[in-house]
Design a binder for this molecule. Sequence first.
Ligand code: ATP
Ligand code: MG
Length: 389
Amino acid sequence: MKRIISISVGEVALKKGNRNFFEKKLLSQIKIATKDLGRPNVYRERGKMYVQANEDNLDTLINRVKKVFGIVHVSPGYKVEKDIETIKDAAVKAMEEARKSREIKTFKVDCKRADKKFPMNSMEVARSVGGHILENTEGLNVDVHNPDIYIYVDIRDNAYIFSEKIKGYGGLPLGTNGKGLLLLSGGIDSPVAGFMIAKRGVSIEAVHYHSYPFTSERAEEKVKDLAKILSRYCGKIKLYSVNILNIQKEINKKCPEEEMTIISRRFMMRIAEKIAKENDIDSLITGESLGQVASQTMKGLNVTNSSVNIPVFRPLIGLDKTEITEIAQDIETFETSILPFEDCCTVFLPKHPVTRPKLEDIERSEEALNIELLINEAVEEMDILDIRI
Ligand code: ATP
Ligand code: MG
């Protein structure tokens, strides 16, 4: 009897002609995510995926595997010989296992038979296994309509027995949908935005802007920590760290005070676009949400957006702060995000930022700046880090 984790895929299974491509990607993502846990065997058997485990690493493996995008459920279970007596014993074991964590009074056995040569049909297996569970456990009844638990028996090249279904995030395997450059601040929103786009199969790189020495090294550490948490889902993340203090000083000196934020944001976008173009990245990703702050009004977003031609994805655009916070808590970036370190934008924060900026006005103000030179200088000086778990 071997310990395994059975994987259920969602949308991946709907990719008719491309299914093989998506499954291969998913297999390789599971392998990458579990590499440092002793390279467990990850394999396909008659169209279903499994990860070989043992009692010692089962929980750690589940925790890792369920975070791989493309997976809807993971189920800890047993892999046994295709022999009805062995299957029955494994089913009792799976039931005992499940009863350790919650009260179970009723059950139903659900059998699927991918191997039609197996001598019993699904109904017969279910009945036989159900009877065996009743005989060998106390205080249980069968309920075929609304059972407390299902015991699944899957007959393939081997037989698989499992019960619990632990939720994954769904989505599509990383690397099936191009690359995006996440504008990663130290706040709550941008890590969530990166997570949401990565979930659609997009590989993520990140850019962070700081104003060192006005902003501290600890603020930098915080952003690296956030990238590290994200890398649990997104794999290795290349982080471009760009000092924009000079740019902010120039804007501060030569442009109207109330336009500071919006013009800084246009520089952030332009620098990101340049990095994207030089690194074969197809889109930018931000944590902007409509109306959340002065620079995120409809007009503000339009003026920010007009500074670049590359597509900009804003997955949080229609979410409230409470909804964003819930996701941040779920993906475990929240606690790090709320650490109180200053962001570069707070250094030159205007008292009354424009909420309805006009593009012509902003462009006129920017004429006082040597945009290309400022961007090139900042990009030349940037640091590049590889962030991984
Ligand atoms: P967050 O919680 O993500 O910091 P926010 O509500 O504070 O967002 P803004 O400061 O207006 O909003 O930033 C909007 C978006 O611009 C962020 O979600 C992020 O994508 C990007 N951004 C802001 N500051 C930085 C920064 N210092 N480095 C990189 N990207 C940034
Ligand atoms: Mg912010």
